[in-house]
Design a protein around this ligand. Structure first.
Ligand SMILES: [Zn+2]
Length: 228
């Protein structure tokens, strides 16, 4: 290829890219904030993962989505247990204990999880709406598996939540510890919730992972991607 043709090819490529970016719909455009209320487009997972390194983009996503966040002051730590860019979990359902502290990106993943995994699974398997979640904690300055040595857990930076059960509108509770292995609807609901969570959280660990997770689903936005 001659030099002129190469230049021409590059110019066409750059022009086409610029044109595509200009006309992209917001859900396709990686420059647009993640809209947490819209049907998740093809870029939603990518935009969500980018929030890990762009805390301001996370707060911008909530603002662009018209969702109110209650921010928590940063808490420095010299034992790798700092809390930064944290908020109170903006759950549409009632969290017990109330107002767990999570990182902004955990909050964003939770909003998407609740809308596009949790409630659809409840409607499908139980014909019901989830109105509450019981959890075993989000922030806990400790290592993985409570080990004396090793790397810090994502809980050490409020970048995780342990979900024990979901409460339905009629008051019934579906618990990981009691209903995970049910062959009927409650077990199918919980397993579907686990599978759906894998789209929005980086790591999802449940009873099928190990005995330590027999009574809860661990959801986090750390660097390790796993779904078990
Ligand atoms: Zn956990």
């Amino acid at each position: 290829m001659s030099f002129v043709r190469l230049l021409l090819a590059i110019a066409i490529l750059v022009g086409a890219t610029a044109l595509a970016l200009f006309y992209l719909s917001p859900s396709w455009d990686p420059r647009e904030p993640l809209d947490l209320r819209a049907e998740p487009g093809p870029m939603a997972s990518l935009k969500l993962s980018l929030l890990a390194r762009q805390s301001e983009a996370c707060f911008a996503a909530f603002e662009a989505s018209g969702l109110t966040l209650r921010r928590v002051p940063d808490r420095p730590s010299d034992t790798a247990c700092e809390v930064e860019n944290a908020v109170l979990l903006p759950a549409g359902i009632r969290a017990t204990p109330r107002d767990p502290v999570v990182t902004c990106r955990m909050a964003a993943a939770w909003v998407l999880f609740e809308r596009h995994a949790l409630q659809p699974a409840a409607r499908k398997h139980l014909g019901a709406e989830v109105t509450g979640v019981r959890h075993l904690g989000t922030y806990n300055c400790r290592n993985v598996n409570h080990a004396a040595a090793g790397r810090r857990s994502q809980h050490a930076t409020a970048n995780a939540i342990d979900v024990a059960s979901f409460v339905l509108r009629d008051g019934h509770e579906v618990a990981i510890s009691r209903h995970w292995s049910d062959v009927e609807s409650r077990g199918a609901f919980l397993r579907d919730v686990r599978d759906g969570a894998c789209r929005w959280f980086n790591a999802v660990l449940g009873p099928e992972y190990n005995a330590a997770h027999a009574d809860h689903l661990h959801l986090d936005m750390g660097p390790v991607h796993t779904c078990r």
